[in-house]
Design a protein. Structure first.
Length: 622
């Protein structure tokens, strides 16, 4: 039954476009939606569960509040919806898996002699980005291929600036040594223009340019130079000897299709440029409803093309998204030109799309096969751990603890949990060390273990509904006999010494028991040791991440103290709004000025200080 509070908010909904954010009892946003009329759309959720789709009915059982943000147009609402989904990752929205981790190829045009690099964020002004790619390996392979065809420098700016002689790359003809002035700036950048054309898929134009340069060099009797161009032409022709897509399919397009399995959609994107299939990318969408192909289309188009650096004039897709006109307009604005979404029914384009779908099915089958293999490997590893360590039960829940600090400052600990051999991130916990001064990992470990199992004793009264109530079948301490001894002392004091606990010493990856001097040495290639090492490495990563967050906050506060006009109130607002300096640098002056207690002059001072400080840091480390 709808609460009085929600009923009152529902009656006040405006008949305007915008987005709505559904929240659970903890205030977390669990769904973000867009509406042409907020009044009609949001009201439609508050009806009998039997009249709602199953997924919507399940979501509404958790909704205790909602917020709205109005916009002037439907397109603005569409863009805001995509931005909020990407930022908040709501549980009930369709999400592009591991979105933030997809790599790009960066062509650094802002440098006098550009390079090719891998980038995770397309945020350097002046650079040209290609991607995103789903596999870092494919990015490495592409860069290696291009460096095989073109002599592109790959040294850092610091090495470039300090070079006193040509390096080995020059002597094996993999770099023209611009650091020693053996190639002029215009010639080098002309070569990099061919690299850019190649990455754009305009291979015919690259070949034509190289042939022209070959003929010019030969005409001027520059035979060594002509030979280099000849080798580049040969390499380009070998690489592009692949079969071209039929002319009827189109010369500039993306073809998108997918197949659904359970709550995931396995998406394939085929990229055709200059009439040639130049690449394919695979993605996974999570949280999908297999009965709503149109929503899958919308979610993928908005999330993929929000980051894509190359939008073609034609996109083939098997199902048109809802509000297709708004998405069309958004794509046109991003591309700066015509973009058409099409559902081909016959001919070469339909056959191309069928091929994409076939590849999506193969990607799904391969993903499920790998998942099945991993499940078998985890089961084997758990049985091996139980046997090797002499555990009374299968270690369904394993916990690992690690300490992280910098010379005793910002000392923290992590608790990482694996359930059935897999990371259970909802169970991860982190601690700030409270009773230990200075860099004392032994006492810090004792404090953390004492606090963890003290919580368990207290939480047992909550009938297993709390975060520490579940008893682990195995506890791993990151460290040798010292850390293990202090952890075991804490467990004895709390009467939980019957829980199996072992220390993992990193030097030899040996396991130690509290009351035995002899190590347990597992086979380095065993599934058991690999899983325990994975658990330990995850605890180390989680602890280091938390420690860096605290250190970053301290550094952020220190930087803000140096900016004129930023007092305690403004500093508090900035720290609450932005997680770190990188996030703050991404903000525009207008965004900073819009914050509470901020003025435009102060926002401008913050912006200028942060960007000047970044330039100074990059100059000193490049």
């Amino acid at each position: 039954m709808i609460s009085e509070h929600l009923e009152e908010k529902r009656q006040l909904l405006p008949d305007k476009p915008g987005i709505y954010l559904m929240k659970d009892e903890n205030g977390r946003v669990i769904y973000v939606g867009k509406a042409l009329s907020l009044k009609q759309r949001v009201r439609s959720y508050f009806q009998e569960a039997s009249r709602l789709q199953p997924k919507v009915a399940a979501m509404m059982r958790h909704v205790v509040d909602f917020e709205i943000i109005t916009t002037d147009t439907e397109v603005e609402a569409l863009i805001l919806e995509a931005t909020m989904i990407k930022k908040l990752q709501p549980h009930y929205n369709i999400r592009l898996k591991d979105d933030k981790s997809y790599p790009y190829i960066r062509l650094s045009w802002e440098e006098e002699f550009p390079r090719l690099m891998i980038a995770r964020r397309p945020d350097i002004p002046g650079s040209r980005y290609f991607g995103p790619y789903t596999r870092a390996q494919s990015v490495h392979e592409t860069i290696r291929l291009l460096r095989h065809i073109f002599p592109i420098r790959n040294c850092t700016n610091q090495k470039f600036k300090n070079a006193v002689r040509p390096c080995l790359e020059y002597h094996i003809e993999r770099c023209p040594a611009p650091c020693q002035g053996l190639i002029d700036k215009d010639s080098y950048r002309s070569m990099m223009k061919n690299v850019e054309l190649f990455l754009d898929g305009k291979v015919d134009a690259v070949e034509k340019t190289l042939v022209q340069q070959l003929n010019d060099a030969a005409a001027h009797l520059e035979f060594e130079k002509a030979a280099r161009f000849r080798d580049q032409v040969k390499a380009v022709r070998e690489i592009t000897a692949q079969q071209k897509v039929s002319a009827e399919a189109g010369r500039q397009l993306d073809a998108i299709s997918w197949v659904v399995s359970a709550d995931d959609a396995y998406v394939q994107v085929f990229m055709v440029r200059e009439g040639r299939l130049i690449g394919r990318e695979s993605f996974t969408l999570t949280g999908v409803d297999e009965n709503n192909e149109h929503e899958i289309a919308k979610a993928f188009l908005m999330q993929y093309y929000d980051r894509a650096r190359d939008i073609p004039p034609e996109i083939l897709i098997e199902h048109l998204p809802p509000e297709v006109d708004g998405i069309d307009q958004w794509l046109r604005e991003k591309r700066g030109g015509r973009v058409e979404l099409k559902v081909p029914q016959r001919g070469e384009k339909q056959r191309l799309l069928a091929m994409v779908r076939q590849n999506a099915a193969l990607a799904r089958d391969e993903a499920l096969r790998r998942l099945e293999i991993k499940e078998r490997e985890r089961d084997t590893a758990l049985l091996e751990i139980q046997h090797s360590l002499g555990l009374p039960k299968l270690p369904v829940r394993m916990e690992c603890y690690d300490i992280s600090n910098t010379q005793g400052t910002e000392s923290v600990a992590s608790m990482v949990v694996f359930t059935n051999g897999k990371p259970d991130k909802s169970q991860y916990r982190r601690f700030r060390i409270q009773t230990v001064e200075g860099p004392n990992d032994f006492l810090s470990m004792k404090e953390v273990i004492r606090r963890r199992f003290h919580h368990q004793a207290e939480d047992a009264k909550l009938l297993g509904k709390s975060r520490f109530a579940t008893t682990p079948e195995l506890v791993i301490i990151d460290g040798g006999r010292g850390q293990l001894g202090y952890a075991y002392q804490a467990m004895q004091e709390l009467g939980v010494e019957d829980i199996p606990v072992f220390g993992l010493a990193k030097q030899h990856e040996w396991l130690f028991e509290p009351q035995s001097a002899q190590p347990i040495i597992l086979d380095r290639d065993s599934a058991a040791l690999k899983l325990i090492m994975h658990l330990r490495d995850e605890a180390h990563r989680f602890a280091i991440t938390y420690h860096r967050q605290l250190r970053t906050k301290r550094n952020l506060a220190s930087v803000l103290d140096s900016i004129p006009g930023v007092g305690p109130a403004r500093k508090k607002v900035l720290r609450q709004t932005y997680a770190d300096l990188h996030a703050m640098r991404q903000a525009t002056v207008e965004e900073l000025a819009a914050l509470p207690a901020m003025t435009r002059p102060v926002a401008l001072a913050v912006y200028q200080y942060l960007h000047e400080e970044r330039s100074t840091t990059e100059d000193s480390t490049s």
